[in-house]
Design a protein around this ligand. Structure first.
Ligand code: HEM
Length: 362
């Protein structure tokens, strides 16, 4: 596969992440020169421009087939279109998600297993959510599809890895049943409701299922045993377990308090999943995925524990701020979240540059 194209897509995805986070900060009044129009594109920039590009790239590199690059390329272009304010960006996002469906369907046809079906279902939900968004549904009504996509994709990967752990068959079936119910509940909640937020019953059901997936990971994930190994293996397992832990209070909060279309509770539920769970998994796997995608060696360094700890500590502050109506604490926490992401990117870049210098010197 063409390394130059892979690196360009990686850079465009990284630019979407940087502008997306800056736009998120400007929503909290932290102005770092972001154009006001970007503020409303914060969520899509991160979900489509960054994550869909990265997930698509990882799938494309794993499959080794050139046509699979269509999905991440469309996602990256959609990110650029969002920044440029082009009206077709959501449809392009839907097309890239459809590309993920095609890739996942090809994987299912080669290996029909519960985890491959779950990944296919997750990308189907993403596509459907993007189509609703492109057709004009407000983002708060589409967000549950995005949350379900991430949670199901990660749960499917953990299910695959559970084959290497002493997980009882009933526990594996339990995860498959819980994840399948999450697909069904997310689809059902797309029925027209006439309300501004998501319907109460579906917030209760989704919240309980999200918390259940978190509890499952804390009890059965392979990371429970790999955390005893030293070095990079322990770091990855720590990030997986601390990330999984976020699903439990976040799901409980959603089940008890619902998911309003804006405000502190909305912020807490969304970022408990997107920052606490999803970014923790990114921190876990970047040391493996990045070298494969960018063809750059980024050796593990224990310094990576610093951004990981900062991410979780500042997310706790942000959510305590949300729940106690302390705007100041919420803002400090959110700035800390952004600082953790910057620190993580800087640590990875430094490690990659050092490895490249050593390789050239040898
Ligand atoms: C790391 C720093 C981040 C900051 C400072 C931030 C900030 C914010 C703020 C202030 C809101 C509005 C909440 C409200 O209605 O009061 C928001 C919404 C949102 N955020 Fe973030 N966020 C961050 C990370 C993320 C990440 C990593 C994702 C996704 C992967 C994400 C996805 C979203 C989405 C989808 C919304 C809803 C947008 C909408 O309704 O238009 N955020 N964010």
């Amino acid at each position: 596969m063409n390394s130059a194209l892979l690196r360009i897509l990686l850079l465009v995805g990284g630019a979407s992440a940087a502008t997306g986070v800056a736009a998120g900060l400007s929503r909290l009044g932290v102005d770092i020169g972001t154009p006001p129009a970007w503020t409303v594109r914060h969520g899509p920039l991160l979900v489509v421009g960054f994550f869909t590009t990265m997930i698509g790239l990882e799938r494309a590199v794993a499959s080794g087939r050139i046509w699979t690059l269509v999905a991440p390329t469309l996602a990256a272009i959609s990110g650029v279109a969002l920044l440029a304010g082009l009206p077709g960006a959501p449809w392009m996002a839907a097309a890239s998600a459809l590309g993920l469906v095609v890739i996942n369907a090809a994987i299912v046809s080669r290996q029909a297993a519960a985890f491959t079906w779950l990944m296919l279902a997750a990308s189907g939900l993403l596509t459907y959510g993007h189509v609703l968004w492109a057709a004009g549904r407000p983002i708060p009504l589409v967000v549950p599809f995005w949350m379900a996509f991430f949670i199901l994709t990660i749960a499917a990967e953990r299910l695959e890895l559970s084959r290497m752990a002493p997980v009882p068959r009933w526990a594996r079936r339990l995860l498959i049943a819980t994840a399948t119910l999450l697909v069904v509940v997310t689809m059902l909640r797309s029925l027209p409701t006439g309300t501004a937020g998501i319907p109460r019953w579906s917030a209760v059901a989704m919240g309980c299922l999200i918390a259940a997936i978190g509890l499952w990971q804390l009890r059965f994930d392979l990371a429970r045993s790999t955390v005893r190994h030293p070095g990079q293996t322990r770091y990855i397992a720590s990030a997986v377990l601390t990330g999984s832990a976020w699903l439990v209070p976040t799901g409980a909060l959603m089940a008890i308090c619902g998911l309003p279309p804006a405000g502190a509770l909305y912020d807490a539920v969304l970022h408990g999943v997107f920052v606490g769970y999803v970014f923790s998994m990114v921190f876990a796997h970047a040391t493996i995925v990045l070298p494969a995608v960018a063809r750059l060696r980024a050796p593990f360094t224990p310094v990576l524990y610093v951004p990981l700890a900062l991410l979780h500590a500042t997310l706790i502050a942000r959510i305590v701020g949300d729940l106690t109506a302390s705007f100041w604490l919420r803002r400090v926490g959110a700035v800390g979240n952004a600082a953790a992401l910057v620190l993580f990117a800087a640590t990875m870049t430094t490690a990659a540059m050092r490895a490249s210098r050593v390789a050239h010197a040898a």
